[in-house]
Design a binder for this molecule. Structure first.
Ligand SMILES: Cc1cc2nc3c(=O)[nH]c(=O)nc-3n(C[C@H](O)[C@H](O)[C@H](O)COP(=O)(O)OP(=O)(O)OC[C@H]3O[C@@H](n4cnc5c(N)ncnc54)[C@H](O)[C@@H]3O)c2cc1C
Length: 329
């Protein structure tokens, strides 16, 4: 039996570079996003022989930030990079135009077609659209944060933890992603501070126990980060206790922001209905509030955000778009 796929080197499959996005034509479907939802939608739509344009900032989405994956069926263990290489391989066999490094800013309706406008100044037309733009980390929104991104401020412990070997770091957020980040960092960093705005760590008890029992970890609950300190690189964070209204500085060289996620739904906010959490509201067929526009994966109200769920939702959205096309003149 295979013990997983770790270490398998796959070729970098090219996604039909000979096909170029065409501003002059009306596609049957535009897919926005190249994560598990968008790539799976691409395979399903191409197999229905739909004329598809996939617009995306990158290929892989959040999966490229993931170290090892142990819950995608068919692979006991696989790295995010390898899984996306497999997705790309599968998509490379299909007739589909893929435009990478393309960020859709907005979507409008013009008669019977939808128009997707990109930040790069292009506009593309299609009879149906699938929005699969995923989600991103929620920022701290404090002074110093933006300036020091990549200079000690990180949103991905899996990616950046090794850069902080022997250093002192803070993890902001005491939910499961914060605690998982702290557990990863314990193995690498010298000292780990966990800062949570809640009165106790809100993550799963088994993770909380593991973090609490590690002597290398100091926990600050009921505290907000006020500022990330440092000129060229992070030198600390200023935190404020909600209870005692006291401030203190934690001398750290790294800050891992683990405060949850925001859906990448801004491109759709003027055309489809969003939930209070800014997720695109969909029904069981991935239909949005606008006939002809579908949505899939982490950007939607689908419960649970996982690779296998996004892939399944992408498949459903493509089949719904196909059914819409054959039943609508
Ligand atoms: C660190 C980490 C570890 C994880 N580990 C696991 C795990 O072990 N198992 C698991 O099942 N899940 C895991 N997840 C969750 C999983 O990665 C997501 O649920 C999944 O990637 C969602 O897929 P998606 O296609 O909906 O969105 P994303 O993966 O977010 O992909 C969105 C795509 O849309 C593109 N995009 C965004 N905005 C625009 C725009 N305006 N215009 C054009 N393109 C745009 C992005 O570039 C990206 O290609 C993890 C997530 C993270 C962050």
């Amino acid at each position: 039996m295979s013990q997983g796929n770790i270490g398998v080197v796959l070729p970098d499959y090219q996604l039909a570079t000979e096909r170029v996005a065409d501003e002059g034509k009306v596609y049957e479907l535009i897919i926005i996003g190249g994560g598990p939802a968008g790539l799976t939608a691409g395979v399903y739509a191409a197999r229905k022989r739909m004329d598809v344009l996939l617009l995306t900032q990158d290929i892989g989405g959040q999966v490229m930030l993931t170290g090892e994956i142990e819950n995608y069926m068919g692979y006991e263990r696989i790295t995010g990079e390898e899984l996306i290489a497999r997705f790309k391989e599968q998509l490379s066999h299909q007739e589909i135009t893929v435009q990478e490094e393309s960020r859709v800013a907005s979507i409008t309706r013009g008669g019977k077609v939808f128009i997707a406008y990109t930040d790069e100044g292009y506009s593309y037309r299609a009879r149906t659209v699938i929005i699969a733009s995923g989600k991103r980390s929620r920022p701290l929104d404090v002074p110093g944060e933006e300036r020091l991104v990549g200079r000690g401020v990180s949103y991905c412990a899996v990616c950046d933890a090794p850069l902080f070997a022997g250093r002192d770091v803070a993890v902001v957020g005491g939910g499961n992603s914060g605690l998982t980040a702290a557990i990863d960092l314990i193995k690498i960093a010298n000292k780990v501070y966990v800062v949570s705005a809640h009165s106790s760590l809100p993550g799963d008890p088994v993770l909380v126990e593991q973090v609490e029992q590690t002597p290398q970890v100091d926990i600050f609950v009921f505290c907000d980060v006020q500022e990330v300190l440092g000129r060229e690189r992070v030198t600390g964070i200023r935190i404020r206790s909600r209870q005692e209204e006291e401030e203190r500085t934690l001398p750290v060289q790294g800050v891992f922001v683990e405060k949850g996620f925001l859906p990448n739904s801004e491109l759709a906010q003027d055309i489809v209905k969003l939930s209070e959490d800014h997720e695109i509201i969909i029904d069981l067929g991935c239909r949005t509030s606008v006939p002809g526009i579908f949505a899939a994966g982490d950007v939607t109200t689908v419960p649970e955000k996982q690779i296998i769920i996004s892939a399944g939702e992408g498949a459903k959205a493509a089949l719904s778009a196909y059914n819409y096309l054959i039943t609508t003149s």
